[in-house]
Design a binder for this molecule. Structure first.
Ligand code: HEM
Length: 494
């Protein structure tokens, strides 16, 4: 049962238990159990069942289980996670990417950074890392991101004016989804989509809706790869939808990349000097093929929207729930930057509390609660032999360990402040962007989008609890997401 049928068990358990418990409670219990030992949502349904029945919290730091046909060793201990990551070779391998590869083979598409392996991955990583991996590389995107933030603030004014109290914005994640999509498109495609406009042109509405649908469809079809191929004729929907959402994402990226190719060509034809950002560089340098550029833009779009928007939603929620923290972050902004000055990336180092706020938000709510790795050598970890070819690193669990973070359940951004130059606040207990040469390549982009947005939001508004704010818990379907709408008030700063 733990092999091919684990997914079915998972579904059956969900259906049965949903009828006994509220769905939130089930998600929470599943999240708890998953993150205390199991890295992926469909892991080992039987163990989950016993966990739910016993209401016990699994606190083992190493467990073995199965995800579809795959054997997984899940590690939830800071030092063991560090040991596995430090043992990585020059081309670390990501787990569970077979379905992504299969889709690309089927459609004759290239792989992007997330799905590529080996030398192919290394080649693309070496090209992309030169442009986006250091804070100074992404500093050039500040202006474009700030334009998007101006639209975000306008949109908040519009949305709250539609509410009775003139201050509440319901389901902030909708808003931040559009912000993140607009922000990442500005950086990746060097063009604006218009997601945050009040009167969005019909054409734009169509593709925003199509993209939203693709993102939501993608989440539900994530497990398509775990269903054995021989079962697909009997249960065709997950695989069909998985392919359909990839088709849509690729098409979307291709339209924007092709537009850029035309722009560049017309500039060249007119004898103009061609200047631009990341995409222009990739197209002109020809270090990647056009197919590789399509694939990387598609995978970065997929990786860069929900991650950023969920993190912003949680940060907003935490600030509303902790007015004293919000006040100290705000005071730091006013004292070091002023009430009205538009921040750039150069200002962020002057605002350690803003950085602490993001780190603490990601410690409590790491969008990717686990990290799948294919270990490339046999390893002895914590006295156990982990065979080559498996492992899953559960940093959600290590983020909540008292040993790693005293008063771990509390929201305390100041825990990330350095007392002096020698003080090291980095902590393997919380690695929301992963670690090492295969860590998140969009980390600096995400930080820029989130830091600048939070600074301007706090300069403009006091974020407060609204009567519509209910306690929101996290749930997981691969990504850790808010389990309910986050509704807060954006009150004008006096
Ligand atoms: C709060 C926001 C984000 C979080 C928490 C996050 C987290 C992560 C994590 C945990 C990984 C896996 C790292 C590993 O395997 O060690 C990853 C990989 C990746 N992320 Fe992000 N990410 C975020 C935003 C972004 C953005 C904005 C982009 C692109 C614009 C992006 C692009 C990627 C790509 C391409 C990879 C694969 C890298 C590789 O395999 O070489 N991410 N991210």
């Amino acid at each position: 049962i733990q092999h091919d049928y684990s997914l079915f068990c998972h579904w059956i358990i969900r259906v049965v238990f949903n009828s006994y418990l509220s769905s939130n409670e089930v998600s929470l219990k599943m999240a708890d159990i998953q993150n205390y030992g199991f890295a992926t949502t469909a892991n080992s349904s039987l163990s989950r069942l016993s966990g739910i029945l016993c209401k016990c919290k699994l606190i083992c730091s190493m467990t073995k289980s199965h995800f579809g046909p795959q054997f997984v060793v899940s590690i939830a201990d800071r030092d063991m996670v560090a040991q596995v990551l430090r043992a990585e070779g020059r081309t670390p391998q990501r787990a569970n990417m077979e379905s992504w590869q299969e889709y690309r083979d089927l459609r004759g598409r290239a792989t992007g950074l997330i799905s590529a392996e080996g030398e192919q991955w290394l080649k693309m990583r070496s090209v992309l890392r030169q442009k986006v991996l250091k804070p100074k590389d992404v500093a050039v995107f500040s202006e474009g991101v700030n334009e998007v933030i101006t639209d975000l603030i306008k949109r908040i004014h519009t949305l709250r004016s539609q509410e009775e109290d003139g201050e509440t914005v319901t389901n902030v994640n909708n808003l931040f989804f559009k912000y993140s999509m607009e922000g990442v498109a500005t950086i990746l495609y060097e063009s604006r989509l218009g997601c945050l406009e009040n009167n969005i042109p019909e054409k734009t509405v169509e593709y925003i809706e199509a993209l939203e649908l693709m993102f939501s469809m993608f989440k539900t079809t994530m497990y398509a790869g775990a269903i054995p191929k021989w079962l697909r004729p009997f249960i065709p929907k997950p695989w069909r939808e998985f392919c359909r959402s990839w088709d849509g994402l690729f098409k979307f990226s291709q339209i924007h990349v092709d537009n850029k190719i035309k722009d560049i060509q017309s500039q060249l034809d007119q004898g103009e000097e061609v200047k631009g950002g990341l995409l222009t560089y990739l197209l002109l340098s020809k270090e990647l093929t056009v197919e590789e550029i399509y694939a990387n833009m598609t995978e970065m779009l997929l990786a860069g929207v929900d991650t950023t928007s969920f993190t912003l939603s949680w940060a907003t929620y935490l600030l509303a729930k902790h007015p004293e923290v919000q006040q100290s972050v705000y005071e730091e902004i006013v004292n070091n930057l002023g009430k009205d000055q538009v921040p750039t990336s150069d200002d962020v180092p002057k605002l350690p509390m803003i950085r602490g706020l993001l780190k603490e938000t990601l410690r409590l709510f790491p969008v990717l609660p686990g990290n799948g790795r294919v270990t490339q050598e046999d390893l002895v970890v914590g006295g156990y032999l982990i065979p080559k070819g498996v492992s899953s690193l559960c940093h959600y669990a290590t983020s909540y360990e008292e040993e790693n973070f005293p008063m771990a359940n509390d929201f305390r951004p100041e825990r990330w402040l350095r007392k002096d130059n020698m003080d090291r606040v980095d902590n393997f207990g919380s690695i929301p962007f992963g670690y090492g040469i295969r860590s998140c390549i969009g980390k600096r982009i995400a930080e820029l989008e989130i830091h600048l947005a939070l600074i301007q939001l706090l300069q403009n508004f006091e974020i407060k609890i609204s009567p519509k704010t209910k306690p929101v818990k996290a749930k997981t379907h691969g990504l850790l997401t808010p389990g309910d709408s986050i509704n807060v008030k954006f009150a004008d700063r006096k």
